[in-house]
Ligand binder design. Structure first.
Ligand SMILES: [Zn+2]
Length: 187
């Protein structure tokens, strides 16, 4: 019994120490004018800095809802497991753990209130230029990361609710925005 506990303890220490020292992005852009392409490049640089930071790891692992360490719509995963899934970069459609965010981005224009969208069957993410053109790279980093969380299999309610903000895509998208803002101002 005692032995099992020791192994369990060592096991969780090892899992905890798997840190994102390297995180890559493989991003293909469709219909992006040069100027908007640059914004994606800056947003991706910010995402890489955020994902490999200690603060990102700590904030995900210590994320709480009503005193409990968890996220909404977590697919049954703990905070540690969610962090692990992010740094492994294993998309549902491309499940190799290549430590990379692999997406195709397509810019389109529509006069509605949709910022962007994607579907489970594709690695493509559609981005509405109506919003994108006015967004800062920091806001783009948030949106990209939100959409990429869908690619990792996480979802959320369609209609706004306070709980929805605690879902994996929203909560971690906001976290990326908050931490990216620090890097954007200081680097
Ligand atoms: Zn979403």
């Amino acid at each position: 019994m005692k032995k099992q506990w020791i192994f369990f303890f060592i096991g969780s220490l090892l899992a905890f120490n798997l840190q994102a020292s390297l995180f890559e992005a493989n991003v293909q852009m469709v219909n992006f004018p040069k100027e908007q392409e640059k914004k994606i490049v800056v947003a991706i640089q910010l995402i890489k800095k955020v994902v490999t930071s200690d603060e990102f790891k700590e904030r995900i692992i210590s994320h709480v809802i009503n005193g409990k360490k968890t996220f909404m719509d977590n697919n049954g995963f703990t905070n540690e497991e969610i962090y692990q899934k992010i740094i492994e970069g294993a998309e549902v459609l491309k499940p190799d753990k290549n430590k990379s965010m692999d997406v195709v981005l397509e810019l389109y224009n529509q006069a509605n209130n949709t910022i962007g969208y994607t579907y489970p069957h594709t690695s493509r993410i559609w981005i509405n230029s109506k919003f994108f053109n006015t967004y800062s790279p920091v806001q783009v980093a948030d949106n990209l990361f939100h959409e990429w969380m869908h690619k990792l299999g996480f979802d959320h309610e369609i209609k706004y609710s306070k709980n929805r903000n605690y879902s994996v895509p929203y909560a971690i998208g906001y976290l990326v925005e908050e931490l990216a803002r620090k890097h954007y101002l200081t680097d």
